[in-house]
Design a binder for this molecule. Structure first.
Ligand code: OXT
Ligand code: ADP
Ligand code: MG
Length: 578
């Protein structure tokens, strides 16, 4: 239905007809396709569009910086399997949103970045328009697809193409360029309504070839020390029951990648999360489900994978992913739900359990590691170390398993990943494939908005700084978000000194900063916590009340290590002066 009714000739009633325009057609097209939430920042030429969308019942969340709105849209896509929508102004706003679009593409999250843009004729002749930029050309190499709509009658098709490109096959980011002139273009309302497209079956099932299933089962059956690795593609697929059945029916130990934690509970008897290096090294057959053999898995080779020959089975929707780093002896290409169902059917009722010495050795290593860590998590040291603080948060997540955990930082990320067990699928959201700082507040906002669940954001003090101004957004929308800042006065540690001059070292911040006061400035709750007991009380109070809360958790500035668990990736200079 067109939202605006206009009369083009009040003097001639017989010639009266209903009109609509670009503004209304975009809104109608979004609504028709169930895209009911927009994350963005207003300004020329999209301010009125935001107002009209809000008036038409779309939830429009207005941020302080487009990058955060973009990260929100990207994780909304991951959580809902619908493209998350980010709306920005032209050139600078567009560029601010573009990092998040590239991030969505890299992480295989469906997202659409819609940006207003300047007049084509002026941009193409480079005549210096307001916020002039050839945005389509800039976006293209950084996303899965990019489209521009020039005519109101193409809005329906343009949005349909964007939705399909974002969610079908391997999901990713799509750019949609809307020049300012398009919004005001008028057309007949009936023709406009007819031009809209409700996308049917946007992400069609992709069935695996039966041969590929049989090949995978043959390899798996021959394994002496099999391992299943679950990645965030498996979490995205929302085939939770099938995946659980496959893991349990096979009896094979599973290793969850960071955002796949909780797909099966971390406390599941087959979970090998706490025996990571052992299972990577000693396994002989590895079945990857929605996980890539990229840097996070040492490219499937080298020291962490041990000496013994290894065979890989890979389940992925993207055929080009196969053999990307090492040979895949059994590629299974299809959507995870269909692939796992086919594997389950092929396994029949009597699938042999893996050799007991293998499962026992994995369980033993896991239990040893868990036991080794346990006492460290119970310490009540002041100043807090990471383990004391995380021990408290781990219990809180256990007691509130449906809360969503957002996590970024270096030590704050790596230690939280190991310490905080997850109990339900898609509850842990973090820096992802690029290890990017700045996802925190955008993710927290979208997680609260899309799921209605309480959110706990565990943030390094540096990581938080990348999106910290969005605490105002959190307060404005009164979202149930509790932010805990692990404040160790800096990046990795707060103790570095610059011996060469008066400037501080590059990795340290203002000492003993009180981030909690930022939250108070906007009417939220701020707490300074100096011990695990104080931290526990403050987080529980925040989660009970649902009030926006920021807890400044004072962490020993000497406790962290350079780059957390990935210090080995730092290049070293042989010529470095001490
Ligand atoms: O088996 P072994 O013996 O090996 O043991 C493993 C597990 O078995 C065991 N484990 C357990 N034991 C007991 N109990 C339990 N429950 C348990 N669970 C596991 O523990 C070990 C470790 O397990 P894990 O973690 O699974 O294994 P591992 O070996 O670490 O896994 C390897 C990886 C690669 C998969 C893993 O490490 C990983 O996922 N890493 C991701 C790392 C990452 O992405 N880091 C973020 C980037 S770092 C850096 O780039 C930063 N920057 C630069 C920057 C960035 N990133 N972005 C932008 C836009 N600009 C700049 C910055 C600025 S970090 C950063 C800020 C840092 O400062 P902050 O103040 O924010 O943070 P602090 O450091 O806290 O100060
Ligand atoms: P992780 O970082 O957790 O290891 P990655 O992001 O590297 O995970 O890998 C996710 C993989 O999942 C990608 O290769 C992507 O193509 C795949 N994927 C995403 N959704 C699906 C799906 N529905 N079915 C099959 N594969 C999928
Ligand atoms: Mg820090």
């Amino acid at each position: 239905m067109s939202a605006v009714v206009q009369s083009i000739s009040s003097a001639a009633p017989e010639a009266e007809r209903e009109l609509t325009d670009g503004f209304n057609l975009i809104i109608d097209a979004l609504k028709l396709n169930g895209l009911d939430t927009i994350y963005g920042v207003p300004g020329i030429p999209i301010t009125d569009f935001g107002r009209m969308a809000q008036a038409a019942g779309i939830r429009v969340l207005s941020f302080r910086h487009e990058q955060n709105a973009g990260y929100a849209a990207s994780i909304a896509g991951f959580l809902t399997k619908k493209p998350g929508v980010c709306l920005t102004v032209s050139a600078p706003g567009f560029l601010n949103g573009l990092t998040a679009l590239a991030h969505a593409t890299t992480n295989c999250f469906p997202m659409i970045l819609i940006s207003g843009s300047s007049e084509r004729e002026i941009v193409d002749l480079q005549q210096g328009d307001y916020e002039e930029m050839d945005q389509l050309a800039v976006a293209k190499p950084l996303c899965k697809a990019a489209f521009r709509i020039l005519h109101a009658q193409d809005i329906g098709i343009g949005l349909a193409r964007a939705i399909r490109a974002a969610v079908s096959g391997r999901p990713g980011g799509v750019y949609l360029d809307l020049p300012a002139k398009l919004f005001g273009q008028v057309m007949d309302a009936e023709a406009g309504a007819k031009s809209l497209v409700k996308v049917i079956d946007a992400a069609p099932a992709q069935l695996p070839a039966p041969d590929s299933i049989q090949r995978a089962l043959d390899v798996l059956k021959g394994a002496k020390r099999p391992l299943i690795i679950l990645g965030k593609g498996a979490a995205y697929a929302q085939a939770d029951d099938e995946i659980r059945q496959l893991v349990e029916k096979s009896g094979i130990p599973f290793l969850p990648m960071s955002m796949a934690k909780g797909l099966l509970p971390d406390l599941h008897p087959q979970c090998a999360g706490a025996a990571r290096s052992t299972v990577l090294k000693d396994s002989d057959v590895v079945m990857l489900i929605g996980a890539r053999l990229n840097w996070l898995l040492s490219h499937g080779k080298g020291k962490s994978w041990g000496e013994a020959p290894k065979q890989f089975i890979q389940i992925d929707i993207e055929p080009k992913e196969m053999d990307s780093n090492v040979e895949i002896v059994a590629p299974v290409v299809g959507d995870i739900g269909s692939c796992i169902s086919a594997l389950l059917a092929g396994m029949g009722d009597a699938w042999p359990a893996p050799p007991a010495d293998w499962t026992a050795s994995v369980a033993k290593k896991r239990d040893e590691n868990v036991a080794k860590m346990a006492p460290r998590l119970m310490n009540n040291n002041v100043p807090m170390d990471y383990h004391g603080a995380l021990g408290v948060l781990r219990t809180i997540i256990k007691e509130r398993p449906d809360a969503i955990l957002i996590n970024e930082g270096a030590n704050t990320l790596d230690l939280a990943r190991g310490v905080i067990d997850m109990h339900q699928p898609r509850k842990r959201l973090d820096v992802g494939t690029w290890g990017v700082m700045g996802i925190g507040m955008g993710y927290a906002i979208a997680a609260a908005v899309e799921t209605g669940k309480p959110v706990l954001a565990v943030e390094g003090d540096s990581a938080f700084g990348f999106s910290g101004m969005e605490v105002e957004t959190i307060c404005r929308y009164n979202l149930p978000i509790c932010i805990v800042i692990f404040n160790n006065n800096g990046i990795y540690r707060g103790t570095d000194v610059n011996d060469a001059g008066a400037d501080p070292a590059t990795t340290v911040f203002v000492k003993d900063a009180r981030y909690d006061r930022m939250m108070e400035a906007f009417g939220g709750v701020g707490v300074n916590a100096t011990s695990p007991d104080e931290l526990k009380r403050a987080v529980n109070a925040a989660m009970d009340s649902g009030k926006p809360t920021l807890i400044n958790a004072v962490i020993d500035p000497t406790a962290g290590s350079e780059s957390g668990r990935i210090g080995n990736l730092n290049p070293q200079s042989a010529l470095k002066k001490k």
